[in-house]
Structure formats: structure tokens, C-alpha cells
Design a protein around this ligand. Structure first.
Ligand code: DGY
Length: 318
């Protein structure tokens, strides 16, 4: 029996490409950059393995060849795939939950520490060759330990951040649609409204999924409710942030520092960020560890395989 045809839109770790070739008639793509002829290259494929940045909106889904039965995304976030449009065409979607929670939480902690302690500025100073040695007033930042951390979106990644932040003796508050079961809270304090939550957030970490409901959640009104000098980090989706509002608050000092791994309109982030010293910028590398990317590849391939075999994998989105 011929193997199913799997169209892979981006270069994957070598171990995962080998697995794809073993189990599928795999059409690999040796590129790290999103391709612009995704639809044409999906012709005849049973499944597509795509990535964040591959826009599979309603128009693209409508244009997919009839052969496509599954879209697997090499990510936990699936805001780049119009799941309702896929469902309407009978195309199933799967993703990579759980396996990247620790790596992404580590990245959020890196941003918290880096923004609060001005690591980006320090690194730039050393590299510039202009550093003149230790000085009592040089690059003074904000201590993170013993501060209050607010987590917007207490899913798997948010809970990992809370676990790590407890090591810094941070007091954890969270905002979500519903309270977690108490055994998952580990003492974190739930807020069902912004007015009780935001004024407590000396550090605010955004960890909700990208969706219409969370679009530009961090706007000027909410920023005004944060304590002056708060630190804000985003390792979730750029769409959660109103860039103009965040940039204005970074300029005024209402927000002391920010750490961003994700952006609106990636990779074309708002150029004003590049002019600000008090924002640490990373290139969407939350899940970028060798072991995590390997695990992501395995889970998405196994989900695609299960769906093609008529089963319902645990990583089925819809
Ligand atoms: C995800 O999985 O959604 C990340 O943003 C990419 O690692």
C-alpha cells in the first residue's frame, strides 16, 4: 500500500524529517522561511505539516486541494489556522500541546529576568566596547524575587511559569476565564476581573492563546491599571498586545521594562521597539530547545498518523 503523502512546509529537525520520510511519502521543504506557494505545493497531499507563520485562513483553506484530510501544526498555538473553516471542509487539525510548556515557561522567565535586570542593555554595552567597569549606579534594574507576578492565561505554560517563579518566592496571581481546580493552583490567587488583578502585577506575564477574544488585550486602559514601573513579558502571541500602547508606556516609564518573544505581524515587528533600550527582544524562540522541538515533531507526526488511520489522537484540536 502506498504511504500517505505528507507535505511539510518548513525545514524540521533532522530526526523528525527522518521520521516523516520513514512513515510518509514526505514532501520536505528545505527552508526556514514561510513559503508563498503553500497551496500549490499541497496538491495531492493527504496531510500538511505547517508552522506558525503559515497563514491558513478561511481563504487558504478554501483553496486547499480536496486530497487534504489533516493539517498538523508544529506548534501548540493554532491561531494561524482557521479551525472552523477546516472543520467545515472536513479537515482535521492537530497540534503539539504539553511538550513545549517547560521550554516556553523558561523563555518567559528569561524575559522576566532579562527585562527586570536590563540584560539586553548590559549585553549591548559590553559588545559596544564602551563599558568602563563596575559602577554603583550602572544599569540599575528591578529585583524580581519576592515580587508579585500576574499571569494572564493560566494554562499549561502559565502554570509552569508559576512553578518556576515560586523558586523566586514570587506571589502568584492569575487572571483567566475560570478558576483552576484548587490542586492546580498551588497557592496562586485567581482574579475574575482586571480591576483586582492588574494593580497587583509588579510583573505581568501574558500567556493566553491568540484569538479574537484576546486581541490587543494589553491596551492603554489596562496598562494604566498596572502599578507604575511594572515589568511586562509576552511569550504567547504578539496579537495580545496593542503595540502603540505598550511603546507609549515604555517611553513614559509607566512600564519600566518589557520582554517580548512574539510580535504582531511577525517577523515585521513595530520598528519603534528597536528604538527602545528598555525592551528585550527575542525572535520567537519560546520552544526552541533541541529536546522540545524533537518532542513537538514526534507528537504532531503521531497525531497526523492517528487521524489518517481514523483514530482520535489526544492532540486533536478539532
Ligand atoms: C507555539 O507552539 O505555539 C509556539 O509559539 C511556537 O513554538
Amino acid at each position: 500500500m502506498p504511504k500517505p503523502i505528507l507535505f511539510v512546509t518548513r525545514r524540521l529537525p533532522a530526526s523528525i524529517e527522518a521520521l516523516a520520510v520513514q512513515d510518509y511519502d514526505a514532501r520536505l521543504t528545505p527552508s526556514d522561511v514561510a513559503i508563498d506557494d503553500l497551496i500549490a505545493r499541497a496538491e495531492g497531499a493527504d496531510a500538511i505539516l505547517c508552522c506558525p507563520g503559515d497563514v491558513l485562513d478561511a481563504k487558504a483553506i478554501a483553496a486547499l486541494p480536496a486530497s487534504v484530510k489533516v493539517i498538523g501544526t508544529f506548534s501548540v498555538g493554532y491561531d494561524h489556522v482557521d479551525v472552523a473553516a477546516a472543520k467545515a471542509r472536513g479537515i482535521k487539525v492537530c497540534n503539539t500541546p504539553d511538550v513545549l510548556s517547560v521550554a516556553t515557561a523558561e523563555c518567559a522567565m528569561l524575559l522576566i529576568m532579562g527585562a527586570a535586570r536590563r540584560a539586553g542593555e548590559g549585553e549591548r554595552l559590553v559588545r559596544s566596547g564602551k563599558w568602563q567597569g563596575w559602577a554603583p549606579t550602572q544599569l540599575l534594574g528591578t529585583q524580581v524575587s519576592d515580587r508579585r507576578l500576574g499571569i494572564f492565561g493560566m494554562g499549561r505554560i502559565g502554570r509552569e511559569i508559576a512553578r518556576m517563579a515560586r523558586g523566586f518566592n514570587m506571589e502568584i496571581h492569575y487572571r483567566d476565564m475560570a478558576r483552576l481546580p484548587v490542586e492546580l493552583e498551588h497557592g496562586a490567587i485567581f482574579h475574575d476581573n482586571d480591576d483586582s488583578f492588574l494593580p497587583l502585577c509588579q510583573v505581568l506575564s501574558l500567556n493566553a492563546p491568540g484569538s479574537e477574544g484576546t486581541r490587543h488585550w494589553l491596551n492603554a486602559d489596562r496598562i494604566a491599571k498596572l502599578p507604575p514601573g511594572a515589568v511586562v513579558v509576552n511569550a504567547a502571541r504578539g496579537t495580545l498586545v496593542d503595540d502603540d500602547a505598550l511603546i507609549a508606556a515604555l517611553r513614559s516609564g509607566q512600564i519600566a521594562a518589557a520582554g517580548l518573544d512574539v510580535y504582531n505581524n511577525e517577523p515585521h515587528l513595530n520598528p519603534d521597539y528597536l528604538t527602545l533600550e528598555n525592551v528585550m527582544l527575542l525572535p520567537h524562540l519560546g520552544s526552541a530547545t533541541t529536546e522540545t522541538r524533537d518532542a513537538m515533531g514526534r507528537i504532531v507526526l503521531s497525531g497526523i498518523g492517528a487521524i489518517l488511520a481514523g483514530q482520535t489522537p489526544t492532540n486533536l484540536v478539532a
